[in-house]
Structure formats: C-alpha cells, structure tokens
Design a binder for this molecule. Structure first.
Ligand SMILES: [Zn+2]
Length: 91
C-alpha cells in the first residue's frame, strides 16, 4: 500500500478550462499556429499566416467556446488577431 501523506486533488480535465472568451480565442490561435508566444516575455505575436488563421477560425466555428455561438467565437478570434502585433513589444 502506498502511503499518501500528501493528498492531491485529481486533475479535472486534461486541458484547462478557459475563463474568458478572449483567453480561449488566444489559445485557439496558438494551437493552430496563427499566433505564437514570445519565448522571453510571453507576449502573443501574430505569425501572419493566412492558412493558420483560417484553421483557427474554422475551429472556433466548429467548436465554439461554451456558452457562445459560432459567430461570437469567430468574432473573438478576429478581435484577438486585431489586437496582436507582429513583433513582441519588449524584444
Ligand atoms: Zn519578447
């Protein structure tokens, strides 16, 4: 028998639940390589890859953020893309 002196809460899911639509949209863009994170500062950087953008928008449409419509999820993707620059502001 293992002695579990330290009890840990079980992981509820393999992926974290995103609290905001914007956070979800950003992670969707990163997942589809439309946006990358600066390895030094963590800022989101636009990769300017139209195909990756399309894949992310398609994913948002097919698998919208819980509680939103495909239109709202796709709009959030576009909004994040508009707010992300193509360079890290601190690099
Ligand atoms: Zn940076």
């Amino acid at each position: 028998m293992k002695n579990n002196a330290q009890r840990r809460l079980p992981l509820q899911a393999s992926r974290p639940a995103y609290r905001t639509l914007k956070g979800w949209a950003l992670s969707t863009l990163i997942e589809h390589h439309a946006v990358r994170e600066c390895e030094h500062h963590g800022h989101a950087i636009d990769r300017a890859d139209p195909e990756a953008r399309n894949r992310a928008r398609e994913a948002a449409w097919n698998h919208p953020f819980p509680g939103t419509t495909p239109e709202q999820s796709q709009a959030a993707i576009d909004e994040v893309l508009r707010s992300v620059g193509d360079t890290c502001p601190e690099c």
